[in-house]
Design a binder for this molecule. Structure first.
Ligand SMILES: [Zn+2]
Ligand SMILES: [Zn+2]
Length: 184
C-alpha cells in the first residue's frame, strides 16, 4: 500500500490529485526539533498534486498544534501551525524546466526537488517547511524574563532579591564576616 506521501506520476489525473488526510501521529513535532512535542490532537494535510509533462507541482496546507516549553522560564506553551507549502518536482535528468508552462510564479515556492523513477515521495519539501516554521528555542513571550539563576524563581510572575544583596545572599554573608572581623 502506498504511503500518504507517495505519488505515482502516471496515476496523477489531468485535473490533478487531491489528498486530504491526517498526518502520522506526532509528525509535526518530529520535524520541529527537540523543543516541541505533539499535543496528541489531529494534524492534517491537504495536498493538491498537479502534473505538467514530467513536472509535478505540489501545493499543500499542513495544520496542527504542538506544545513546547519556554526555553527561558520552562513554562508550557502551545503553537498552532497553519503552513502553506508549494514545491516543484522535476525529473533528475531534466535539461530545462519551463516554469511558465506550469502556470505558476516562484511566489512561495519552497524549492525544486528532483525525482527518479515513476514513484516518489512528496514528503521532503513538507518536512523542510515544518523545520523552518518555528524557532529552535521558543519563548512563551518575546520579553520573557526567565528564571532567576540563583533562586530559580520565575521572574515573569515573582520577584526576588538575588539581583541586590539580600539577607540570604553570599554578599550578605560576606558583609556579616566583615563586621565580625572589624569588631575583633
Ligand atoms: Zn518564558
Ligand atoms: Zn532569585
Amino acid at each position: 500500500m502506498p504511503g500518504l506521501f507517495d505519488i505515482h506520476i502516471d496515476e496523477i489525473p489531468q485535473a490533478g490529485l487531491d489528498r486530504s488526510s491526517d498526518l502520522p501521529e506526532g509528525w509535526l513535532a518530529s520535524h520541529l526539533g527537540s523543543a516541541y512535542r505533539s499535543t496528541g490532537k489531529p494534524e492534517t494535510i491537504r495536498a493538491h498534486v498537479r502534473r505538467e509533462g514530467n513536472n509535478v507541482l505540489v501545493t499543500a496546507t499542513l495544520k496542527g498544534e504542538v506544545r513546547f516549553e519556554c526555553s527561558r522560564c520552562a513554562d508550557a506553551g502551545i503553537r498552532s501551525l497553519d503552513l502553506a507549502v508549494k514545491a516543484l518536482f522535476v525529473p533528475q535528468d531534466a535539461t530545462h524546466i519551463h516554469l511558465e508552462d506550469m502556470d505558476m510564479s516562484a511566489d512561495g515556492l519552497e524549492g525544486m526537488f528532483e525525482y527518479t523513477g515513476r514513484t516518489f515521495s512528496i514528503e521532503p519539501p513538507l518536512a523542510e517547511a515544518v523545520v523552518f516554521a518555528f524557532e529552535d528555542y521558543p519563548l512563551c513571550t518575546e520579553d520573557c524574563a526567565g528564571l532567576c539563576p540563583t533562586c530559580g524563581r520565575n521572574l515573569n510572575s515573582e520577584t526576588c532579591e538575588c539581583g541586590t544583596p539580600g539577607k540570604d545572599s553570599p554578599f550578605a554573608a560576606l558583609g556579616k564576616l566583615k563586621n565580625t572581623l572589624a569588631r575583633k
